[in-house]
Design a protein around this ligand. Structure first.
Ligand code: HEC
Length: 131
């Protein structure tokens, strides 16, 4: 009897893997800094060598009336919803590995499955917005 309980516990533990939440700053340094710059201000060496200007990502809130445009930022990174001029400018990270999806509740009460890597990147960008 006791043995069976132990086995059940073992399986229960095995079936709930730890959710790996990536570090947004580290992920940015790895995936984005080449174009947007380590300080996110736009002067990354890759973008410069491509002859494109990657926007200053510390100005997103300022340019949006003081509100960090979180949903738009996540859609842009994911590639889910963005203007066609992005086509060759920036990879669609949704096609890569943004990690496991968790349900995020939107203001309208709907739950949207959102990859943890995307949330980490959005949190990091929000944390570096210019006042
Ligand atoms: C290969 C270069 C490149 C890489 C890598 C890259 N970007 Fe970009 N990104 C750009 C360019 C260029 C634009 C501007 C595109 C346009 O407006 O046509 C842009 C635009 C954006 C925008 C929209 C900014 C605005 O003004 O609305 C966001 C947000 C963004 N990038 C975030 C990221 C994040 C986060 C990563 C890493 C996960 C990343 N980018 C990786 C080149 C890149």
């Amino acid at each position: 009897m006791q043995k069976r309980l132990l086995i059940m516990l073992f399986f229960a533990a095995g079936c709930t893997p730890e959710l790996e939440v990536p570090n947004g700053k580290a992920k940015f340094a790895q995936d984005c800094a080449g174009c947007h710059g380590t300080d996110a201000m736009g002067a990354g060496p890759v973008a410069q060598s491509m002859g494109v200007l990657a926007p200053d990502l510390t100005q997103l809130a300022v340019r949006n009336g003081g509100v960090f445009p979180r949903d738009a930022v996540m859609a842009t990174i994911d590639g889910l919803d963005r203007p066609p001029h992005f086509a060759n400018a920036m990879p669609e990270f949704g096609a890569g590995d943004l990690g496991e999806a968790v349900i995020v509740e939107t203001p309208d009460g709907l739950g949207t499955p959102t990859p943890v890597g995307l949330i980490a990147l959005a949190d990091f960008l929000e944390s570096i917005q210019a006042p």
